[in-house]
Write a protein that binds this ligand. Structure first.
Ligand code: ADP
Length: 470
């Protein structure tokens, strides 16, 4: 039997005295009325107390063990249950306590599993998420947020104020407002590094604070692409209107002049009508290019499936430009390797690609220049081209002024020109290379531009071939 503690001895005294009182009263009463002598009475009282104390002590030791077990459980949920010696009641109490402990353990496991699955769900979301407490401190963040803010490496994310993660005052204000007024708020902010990105933050307060302290959800959404597209769309409309307005204004000006001051001037009429024809042709070309571009953009995501004979197509494209080539006294050499595999594509679109590239080479290669058109198989693909294996490589090379390096990445943007006046003077719309780029994209090919100022330019188109049967 374990040695009783002073506390349990005090409890023993208190517990043993109570049950003895009725017997003591009877014994002392009998002594008072003379039916029992005092010595017998007092000795009987003592014997009753000792017996009672022994009885209580054995029972109390078990309860003491149960109390100690309950206290141990607080510190260690896996603490071992004590062995009891007597009381059935104490056994029942211990059984109930053990069942309770198991229930708690099950609940705790369930809560842990729930927390883990919540974290897994958050981690699987592609957008960055933060869970904050009522004091705006981070309770947890999902994987996307940790990657975005490089939080794997910075220790102690949990408990950090949101200001330590997103420093933008607009987001912090929106979070404070959401907490103070218990309503959804939004803010936009820009992360300057490593590449500038604009994010929308949606901040939603929870209806009740969660057990882990979560009171606020901050969901981020990368808006960079959408904003860029919006800007591009607005720029495109502005550019297209401007491109059309210029020749239109010139045509209107000549019409007014012909109706007014130059009414009877035969010579001026002839000259003006020629300019008006040029401008009208320019508008037609522009509208044709705009329509081509929008048609291609509509189909950009469906891949063409025809087998196209590239050799025939290149010869036809060169022939179609014969007039332009002769006018500028350009020497166009066509060098096509024998037995080229057919391209997987759309013949009409590919004709447009090579028409635009040869036409540019003839335009920008200079009068009396030289243009080389070559086609061959390439064993490797450029990094920009998806897939593996051999592909077709078709190059259009001129020996004109070339293109300064800094312009090359932007040449395929709509209406981007190195020298706008020169392009207009040569009848350019600024859309030719944008069309080429979109068509090669649709074909899952690639366009590679290489140029050195003063040495000319080479535009190379890589195209996939029709897959062979085996
Ligand atoms: P454009 O109708 O103006 O020719 P493109 O989209 O075909 O429009 O070409 C865009 C710009 O790229 C041209 O304005 C020109 O500045 C430049 N460019 C295209 N091809 C060549 C080339 N072969 N040599 C030099 N510059 C070129």
């Amino acid at each position: 039997m374990a040695k009783p503690s002073p506390a349990s001895l005090r409890r023993l005294a208190a517990w043993a005295v109570g049950p003895c009182v009725p017997a003591w009263a009877v014994l002392l009463g009998l002594a008072l009325v003379g039916r029992l002598d005092w010595t017998t009475s007092l000795v009987s009282c003592l014997v009753i107390f000792v017996l009672m104390a022994v009885l209580v002590l054995t029972r109390l030791a078990d309860f003491d063990r149960i109390i100690r077990y309950a206290e141990d459980l607080l510190a260690d949920p896996e603490a071992a249950a004590p062995l009891l010696q007597t009381s059935a009641t104490a056994q029942r109490l211990l059984a109930a306590l053990t069942a309770l402990r198991k229930l708690w353990a099950d609940r705790r496991d369930e809560a842990d599993a729930l927390a883990r699955s919540r974290q897994d769900i958050l981690d699987s979301l592609p957008d960055p998420f933060f869970l904050l407490d009522r004091r705006r401190r981070v309770v947890s963040a999902n994987a996307a947020a940790r990657v975005l803010f490089d939080l794997e490496r910075s220790a102690g994310l949990t408990g950090r104020d949101l200001a330590g993660v997103i420093r933008d005052p607009k987001v912090l204000e929106a979070a404070d407002l959401a907490l103070a007024q218990n309503r959804k708020t939004e803010a936009q902010f820009t992360l300057p590094a490593p590449v500038e990105h604009t994010f929308g933050a949606l901040i939603v307060p929870l209806s009740a604070t969660a057990q882990d302290g979560t009171a606020l959800i901050v969901a981020l959404h990368d808006q960079t692409e959408r904003l860029k597209m919006d800007r591009m769309r607005a720029d495109f409309v502005a550019n297209a209107s401007h491109e059309l307005r210029t020749p239109l204004a010139s045509v209107l000006g000549f019409i007014e002049t012909l109706q007014g001051p130059a009414k009877d001037d035969e010579k001026a009429r002839g000259e003006f009508l020629e300019i008006m024809l040029k401008q009208a042709n320019r508008m037609t070309r522009l509208i044709d290019d705009l329509l081509s571009l929008s048609r291609i953009e509509l189909r950009e995501h469906t891949r063409p499936t025809d087998a196209v004979d590239i050799s025939a197509l290149l010869h036809a494209a060169a022939e179609l430009l014969d007039r332009q080539v002769k006018d500028r006294r350009v020497t166009l050499s066509v060098n096509i390797a024998p037995h080229l595999a057919p391209a997987l594509g759309d013949a009409q679109e590919l004709s447009q690609v090579f028409h635009n590239l040869i036409s540019n080479a003839v335009k920008y290669g200079g009068e009396r220049g030289r243009v080389e058109l070559t086609a061959e198989m390439s064993e490797t693909r450029p990094p920009a081209m998806p897939g593996r294996g051999p592909c077709l490589k078709i190059s259009v090379r001129d020996f004109g002024d070339g293109i300064p390096r800094e312009h090359i990445p932007r040449l395929t943007e709509r209406f981007y020109r190195v020298d706008t006046a020169r392009s207009r003077q040569l009848g350019g719309t600024g859309l030719g290379l944008a069309i080429v780029k979109r068509i090669t994209n649709r074909h899952r090919g690639a366009l590679v531009i290489d140029s050195d100022v003063g040495r000319g330019a080479t535009f190379t188109v890589y195209l996939p071939t029709v897959p062979t049967a085996n």
